[in-house]
Ligand binder design. Structure first.
Ligand code: SF4
Length: 331
């Protein structure tokens, strides 16, 4: 990811239009190294003073609008598209698109897609600008390409917590353009169809089945470990885009119905260290970012389950119907 001159020109124009005197900047970890350069440019070319948010930032679910309310006139948030959330401060969202070449990984992906005709195509913010170009490439190779808009997300975009762009899509297989396996895993578990990753950073394509099998085995073990639990912590995030208090209350009721105790824990950043004072609880349920329970489960001492895994534990959902937890946005 990088920040392009065109994006900087756009930001400076918007700040001048808004007549903003104090500007907040917020970057995901991979872009923070550009913060000083961007701040310097803004202060040189506008009358504004810049305040850089140095806290971790995970997504458009985590805009610093609450923290910076009253401090800044506008926030420039890099690396994510807006979600249907009422932000407390005007926010300028900047994609920080990747300029990495995708041709190599798409060519590799063609080998995996040979036997499929209708391909569902998705990606993340960093590659949305080249999605139609990728679709053209695949269509040129005889494929029919399906791209849908999700609920609250941009056309062709998936998030680690939202796969609405692929729901009800009549595809033979799915191609995810981007790094990592989590998004492809989510698509696999929602569709049970073949899913492939075209990874521009590694310049390769791969299928997701082995990874999905490994994750499912780990999840099964975590649920089994939580079978003996009597006291559960239900984690609720204070981040506006991740906060699901209603869900937490429903889970607490479910626990009570099953004869267990549930205690709601409200926190901003979630880490094993912050849960240490609560080790008299036997297991935790994560209602914040759905990635935490899957990506970080091995660093937590106690089983950390998703809400859907709790349903499996109490036999309210069949293991065969395992799904990644999702944050559903309304518009
Ligand atoms: S909740 Fe998690 S997966 Fe969803 S946008 Fe935020 S950081 Fe990404």
């Amino acid at each position: 990811m990088s920040i392009h001159q065109l994006e900087l020109t756009y930001i400076i124009k918007k700040i001048k239009e808004l007549k903003a005197f104090i500007v907040g900047l917020q970057f995901p970890e991979g872009l923070k190294v550009h913060a000083i350069k961007v701040a310097r440019q803004i202060e040189l070319k506008t009358n504004a003073t810049v305040i850089i948010s140095a806290d971790p930032c995970y997504g458009a679910c985590d805009v610093a609008d609450v923290d910076m309310r009253g401090l800044v006139d506008v926030i420039v948030h890099f690396g994510h598209r807006p979600l249907p959330i009422d932000y407390d401060v005007p926010v300028i969202f900047v994609d920080a698109s990747s300029n990495i070449d995708v041709h190599g990984c798409i060519e590799n992906a063609m080998n995996f897609l040979e036997e499929y005709n209708k391909i569902g195509l998705v990606t993340t913010t960093q590659h949305l600008h080249i999605l139609d170009e990728v679709a053209d490439l695949l269509e040129h190779n005889g494929k029919k390409i399906l791209i849908n808009k999700g609920i609250g997300t941009t056309r062709g975009q998936v998030l680690g917590c939202n796969f609405s762009a692929i729901k009800n899509m009549d595809a033979d297989a799915f191609l995810y353009v981007g790094s990592g396996n989590f998004h492809a895993l989510g698509i696999k578990l929602f569709t049970h169809k073949p899913v492939f990753v075209a990874d521009p950073y590694l310049g390769e394509a791969r299928e997701i089945d082995k990874f999905a099998d490994r994750i499912l085995r780990i999840r099964y073990a975590r649920i089994a470990k939580a079978m003996e639990a009597e006291r559960f912590g239900i984690i609720v995030s204070s981040k506006k885009g991740q906060s699901r208090l209603e869900l937490a209350k429903n889970l607490k009721n479910m626990l009570n119905e099953e004869g267990k105790e549930g205690f709601i824990l409200f926190l901003d950043d979630i880490s094993p260290k912050l849960l240490l004072p609560f080790m008299d609880l036997d297991a935790f349920i994560m209602t914040a970012c759905p990635r935490i329970a899957i990506d970080d489960s091995n660093i937590y001492k106690k089983p950390l389950l998703t809400p859907k895994e709790l349903e499996i534990l109490f036999k309210r959902r069949k293991w065969e119907n395992y799904e990644i937890d999702e944050i559903k946005y309304t518009i």
